[in-house]
Design a protein around this ligand. Structure first.
Ligand code: ACO
Length: 324
């Protein structure tokens, strides 16, 4: 028995922001952004288009493909760092929005690695209780957490959501395994404040701002090394050869990170699915959005081994293998 992906879905907001649009608000150029990141456009949510709405639309699309009704979902896990409220969770809003009346629902925060973490969690629920159907969603409205005066960060991020429906199937299809890692010592290199939580006096002082703060060069260095290590550790753990992998669907951080990863692993670039040029870095949403796009474009066939890998704030990183 395996935990299979029964359906995939994605939702991207209609508004597209180009590099030329960014040239009008910060000191940058299309050429600089494309050379350093590969990003050309990103989608930006409209007024009132909260993270849970993006998540719910992706979920509905995944449910349709899976042929599963929302009322048959037992658990909804949303990976996000940009829910419009800290309480209730984004997942509870999704449950309400799609009418998944019997599901329990909660969010997880593992930044850009959130989807891989949530997939591993859902796999373990299903292994324990094969009757369960689970929605795993990655959803972000990062445009609301971006400092639009900081040219180091605002060129990178975008909004969107991706979702998968998971359920037990007979045979060897499904999640093969995962390896997950964290290192909280490196938190300051990529972070986002909310209100201080430890000292009431701090609440009197100015808030540092709910914005993504990033040491780009350091993040770049760690991201490539960490994703490579996670992939090699997972392949070793599951005794799967890299050659046996049909498609790598990585976290869409930026093209240079992904090119470096391809170079270090020595895999063919055609085996790596990249769509960051269109959507920018959508953090926890990037892998399920890419997975859905690859799936609908028939880049993944039954029996293929698909490798996911991620890196994000925390730091958190990891990899997962799925037999489609
Ligand atoms: N437009 C024009 N110039 C810029 C911009 C911009 N948007 N941003 C920075 N610059 C300038 C800098 O001010 C600097 O100028 P200076 O030399 O006069 O001081 C110069 O460009 C070089 O800056 P660096 O920060 O050294 O540029 P670098 O080549 O490292 O590229 C980048 C920056 C793209 C952020 C890179 O470090 C990177 O890709 N890092 C990884 C970040 C990432 O992907 N984060 C995503 C979150 S984590 C994750 O998802 C894995």
């Amino acid at each position: 028995m395996g935990t299979a992906i029964l359906g995939t879905g994605a939702y991207l907001p209609e508004r597209v922001m180009t590099n030329q649009d960014l040239e009008k608000i910060i000191d940058t150029s299309d050429e600089w952004i494309q050379t350093r990141t590969g990003i050309r456009t990103r989608c930006i949510g409209g007024k009132g288009e909260e993270t849970y709405l993006l998540a719910a639309r992706a979920a509905v699309s995944a449910l349709e493909m899976a042929g599963v009704s929302a009322v048959d979902i037992d658990l909804i896990v949303v990976a996000t760092i940009s829910s419009h409220m800290l309480m209730p969770s984004c997942a509870c809003f999704v449950q309400k929005e799609i009418g998944a009346s019997k599901a329990f629902a909660y969010d997880i925060n593992a930044a850009c690695s959130g989807f891989v973490y949530a997939l591993d969690l859902a796999d373990k629920y299903i292994q324990a209780d094969p009757g369960k159907k689970i929605l795993v969603i990655g959803a972000e409205a990062l445009s609301s957490r971006t400092n639009w005066e900081d040219r180091n960060t605002c060129i990178i991020f975008g909004d969107g959501a991706g979702a998968v429906v998971l359920g037990a199937v007979e045979g060897d299809r499904g999640v093969i395994g995962a390896r997950l890692f964290s290192d909280g010592n490196l938190w300051s290199l990529l972070h986002m404040h909310t209100a201080p939580s430890c000292n009431p006096e701090l609440l009197q002082s100015a808030s540092p701002g709910v914005h993504i703060v990033m040491e780009g060069r350091e993040v770049f260095k760690y991201a490539v090394k960490a994703m490579e290590e996670a992939i090699l550790a997972l392949l070793e753990q599951e005794q799967v050869a890299l050659d046996a992998v049909s498609l790598v669907v990585p976290h869409q951080a930026n093209v240079r990170i992904l090119n470096k990863l391809v170079e270090r692993l020595g895999i063919g670039a055609e085996k790596v699915f990249i769509n960051v040029q269109k959507y920018g870095n959508t953090s926890a949403a990037s892998i399920p959005i890419a997975l859905d796009e690859a799936n609908r474009a028939s880049r993944i066939q039954a029996g293929d081994i698909v490798l996911l890998c991620s890196f994000g704030g925390g730091f958190t990183w990891g990899a997962a293998l799925i037999r489609w």
